[in-house]
Write a protein that binds this ligand. Structure first.
Ligand code: IPD
Length: 295
């Protein structure tokens, strides 16, 4: 691998199939650690941005293990991680790994099985590979740019098979997903409630919220959800899931604007992921109206 001293010249591309194997190995290391502590009913945690934004020793230790593994394989790459390397600037001319050691930390603390390790890889600021592994349910998802999107879950009898995204075209036939964010001001709660109420009134079949942004994205990719929307997420909550949805044929965009460029989308703390263009457009119209009227 070569690195460039001139920031305008991209470093030479790496073999993404190999990078995928390295990320899968890192997920295995994470899985051992997560499974070892998952059943403990008395987990201690600290809080971060708000009193419900939790972090455990396991989050930190898993991030160290994953970081170490990736750095051993790719010493010159940038590492971004939820707990330790929180500067979210992507390398403009090289590779950046984006790690969420445990997406679904609140679930982990409460022994709810919707927890996973998420590893995304960006090249020159654009996501090119993503791996998500839930060690409790033994579910794995991955995608490489241009090579399709895959899952190994109960749907596929635990073999890797292509994700089959839903063909749903309208809210009135959809199963949606979102989460209440860590910010719990009246303003934020009011906005969430307006959005949920609007989709429920339009006849969506339900609004789920599993407590892990990236699992929601993977479930859009495999067709068990039609769309997912959330404000208040971070780059590590969506990086890997974004390419897993896109390679399955879905759309990941800003909740009120289909045209926001990827560089902004990854840093804007919000996303809408949906299975078809028709459903995306219908949802954007609703979300845009609610956000503009709420101001
Ligand atoms: C959180 C989860 C949650 C979402 C939050 C995220 P964490 O990630 O993805 O579903 O609502 O915005 O921060 O803290 O469990 O890694």
């Amino acid at each position: 691998m070569t690195t460039s001293s001139d920031n305008s010249i991209p470093v030479e591309p790496i073999n993404l199939e190999q990078a995928l194997q390295v990320a899968l190995e890192a997920c295995k290391l994470a899985a051992t650690e997560i499974k070892q502590h998952f059943a403990n009913q008395q987990k201690t945690f600290l809080t971060k941005s708000t009193i419900i934004d939790m972090v455990t020793q396991t989050d930190k230790h898993v991030e160290e293990l994953v970081t170490q593994h990736l750095q051993n394989a790719y010493p010159t790459h940038t590492i971004i991680g939820e707990e330790c390397n929180t500067n979210t600037t992507l390398s403009p001319n090289g590779y950046s790994w984006i790690i969420d050691p445990i997406d679904g930390t609140t679930n982990f603390v409460h022994r709810n099985p919707n927890v996973c390790t998420s590893i995304g890889l960006a090249y020159c600021g654009s996501i090119v590979m993503g791996v998500v592994h839930n060690p409790i349910l033994d579910e794995t998802f991955y995608a490489i740019k241009g090579k399709g999107s895959f899952q190994k879950t109960a749907f596929t009898q635990q073999k890797f098979e292509r994700n089959i995204i839903s063909t749903c075209k309208q809210v009135s036939e959809s199963l949606l997903s979102s989460n209440y964010p860590y910010g719990r001001t009246e303003d934020i709660l009011g906005l969430c409630e307006k959005k949920y109420a609007a989709f429920l009134r339009m006849g969506c079949h339900g609004i789920r919220g599993c407590g892990s942004a990236v699992i929601n994205l993977c479930y859009v990719a495999n067709g068990s959800l039609d769309a997912y929307f959330e404000n208040g997420i971070q780059i590590w909550d969506m990086a890997a899931g974004k390419i897993i949805v896109e390679e399955a044929g879905g759309i990941v965009c800003d909740p009120t604007d289909l045209e926001v460029p990827e560089s902004s989308l990854l840093q804007n703390h919000r996303c809408l992921a949906s299975c078809t263009k028709e459903l995306t457009i219908e949802m954007i119209q609703v979300l845009k109206k609610i956000e503009s009227e709420h101001k």
